[in-house]
Each structure stands twice: as C-alpha cells, then as structure tokens.
Write a protein that binds this ligand. Structure first.
Ligand SMILES: CC(C)(COP(=O)(O)OP(=O)(O)OC[C@H]1O[C@@H](n2cnc3c(N)ncnc32)[C@H](O)[C@@H]1OP(=O)(O)O)[C@@H](O)C(=O)NCCC(=O)NCCS
Length: 283
C-alpha cells in the first residue's frame, strides 16, 4: 500500500543523490514516500547524516525479490558506473513541459484511468473512454492551458490543469486544480514543476482562487499543496466509498486579493504560456 490507497504492489530500486554528491542505494515500493522519508531524516542513518536531495536513478522491478537483487548488484558497482547510470537516467527523465491538444487525450487518459482503477486519488470508479477524454481536453482548455510534462522520449510523465470551481457566474474567478503524475514518475519533482507552472498560467489568466479537493489519505498531495502555499480549509470524514470509506480535504490558494471588481478572465495567450513554460523547461 502506498500513500493514499493503492491497489497495485510495485517494487523499485533507486539511488538518491545526497548533499555532498554521494549516492545512496535502496529499494522501495513507494518512491515518493521513500524519498520524502530520506529527505526528512527518517529513511536511513546514512541519508540522515549525508542529507538526501533527490532521486538520481529509479528503476521499476518485477517484484520485491527482483528489487533486492538489483539493489545488491547496484551496490557492488564502482562509483563511475553508478554515475554513468545516473547520468543516462537523468538525461532521459528530465521533464519537458508543453501545452496539450486533443491529440494528447489518449496519453492523459492512460494515466488517469490507472488512478481510477488502482488508487483513491480520484473518486471515479469506472474508467473513462477516449471519446469522453477528447471532449474533456477540449473543455479543459477553455478554462486555462492544460500542461503536460514529457520525458526525452516523449513519454507522458504527468499533466496539470484547472476546471471551474462552480458553474454560477459569480464564481468566474475560482478554479479547481487537477494534477496527476504517471505512476512510475511520482516523487521525481514532476508534480512540483507542473504545479508551479500551472499556478503562474492561472495567474496570467486573471484567476483569484485555486481550490484542490484531496482524498484523505493522500500524503503526497497534501504535502505538495502545503509546499505551494495552499491552506487546508476543510476536512470531512467518510465522504466517499472506494474500497472503503474515505475522507476529503479542501485546499485553497489565493492568487490575488483585494476588494476591487475583478477584471474578466482571459485565456493566457500561447506566447505568454510559452514564456512561462520556458522558465520550467519547455519542449
Ligand atoms: C501528488 C502528486 C501530484 C505529487 O507530485 P510528485 O511529482 O510525486 O511530487 P514531487 O516529487 O514534486 O514532490 C513534492 C513534495 O512532496 C513530497 N512527497 C512526494 N511524495 C510523497 C509521499 N508519498 N509522501 C509524503 N511526501 C511526499 C516530496 O518529498 C516533496 O517535498 P518537498 O517539496 O518538501 O521536497 C503525485 O504524487 C501524483 O500524481 N499522485 C497521484 C495523483 C494525485 O494524488 N493527484 C493529486 C490529486 S488532488
């Protein structure tokens, strides 16, 4: 079981880069939670002493015994070989940001439906169809640019977007954010990169309030919202039933405040969006 309720056992071998450049090798079934434990001094004595910073290498394994075998093999490698593996991995996994079109619906849906079937981050239970998602992409893009992060080979690592918070007109300046990383791309910093870029884009569109609805439990999502300056403004227990009763927390970030009449929302232009994405590494 990973952060949030997850219905798929996974196993990975990893190397974490520490403050002085050292590499720490280990295995885990939840990379995001494991790195967070290392970063907060709860992962291992060595990383507490050396200061864990980020993943330098992550490899999905067939199961726990395979991961343990790979861990032992990586630990035996000379430092130069480990560094070569890390260099190759980092070059491939460096996220490149772009704006989605209808043609990206299938890639987005592949990620989303994985969460529908395997995780409680979404309360949806039945997978969506491609046709539904093509329309979803078109509708989402009317609210704000839909952002994608892809790796060097074009594989989708994650997406971030916004929807109206409420259909009534007076809510025009409030949106609900959505962010999903590919299951194997969690804990790599992709979510932070996408979310920071999305908040800038939403600000450029003139939105005032960003809300996020977070299934309880979902430690990764709660942590990223806290880090980005959101406040938890409400929590309800047994709000939804998916493999068991789940709570829900509501998070809020004010992009601007004041008592003046807000300017009408306008979609950030492709040039404005491209300038924002360029700061975060765009394709
Ligand atoms: C939530 C999510 C978007 C976060 O993105 P991510 O790329 O995995 O997170 P990052 O690597 O950018 O890490 C962001 C912070 O969260 C921490 N974190 C990541 N995974 C964590 C976990 N499982 N438990 C606790 N903290 C975690 C990181 O250590 C980092 O902390 P720091 O900023 O203090 O260093 C991503 O994990 C995801 O897609 N999860 C499933 C879908 C989901 O829950 N979406 C949100 C719905 S509201």
């Amino acid at each position: 079981m990973s952060g949030g309720a997850e219905h798929e056992e996974r196993a990975y071998v990893y190397m974490v880069r520490c403050a002085g450049g050292q590499l720490y090798t280990g295995w885990t079934n939840d990379p995001g939670a494991r790195l967070h434990a290392h970063k907060t001094g709860k992962g291992a004595k060595a990383t507490r002493a050396m200061g864990a910073k980020r993943f330098a290498y992550l490899e999905r394994c067939a199961d726990k015994s395979d991961a343990l075998r790979r861990e032992a093999a990586l630990k035996k490698l000379p430092k130069a070989k480990k560094e070569a593996l890390c260099g190759e991995w980092e070059g491939k996994n460096l996220p490149r940001l772009s704006v989605a079109t209808r043609a990206d619906a299938a890639d987005i849906l592949e990620i989303y439906n994985w969460y529908v079937l395997n995780h409680t981050a979404t309360f949806q239970v039945t997978p969506s169809t491609l046709e539904e998602y093509e329309d979803w992409v078109d509708n989402t893009r009317k609210v704000a640019p839909l952002l994608l992060a892809r790796d060097a080979e074009g594989k989708l690592l994650g997406y971030a977007c916004a929807h109206r918070w409420h259909p009534r007109e007076a809510y025009d300046w409030s949106v609900e954010s959505t962010i999903y990383c590919a299951p194997d791309a969690r804990g790599l910093g992709v979510g932070t990169l996408l979310y920071r870029a999305l908040l800038e884009v939403l600000d450029a569109c003139g939105y005032w309030n960003v809300y996020a609805l977070v299934a309880d439990p979902n430690p990764a999502s709660e942590h990223i919202h806290q880090r980005l300056g959101f406040s938890c403004v409400g929590r309800t227990p047994h709000t939804a039933y998916k493999w068991g009763w789940l709570g829900l927390s509501t998070w809020w970030l004010a992009l601007r405040s004041g008592s003046e009449k807000p300017a009408p929302i306008r979609l950030a232009s492709p040039e404005e969006t491209a300038a924002i994405l360029k700061k975060y590494g765009s394709i």
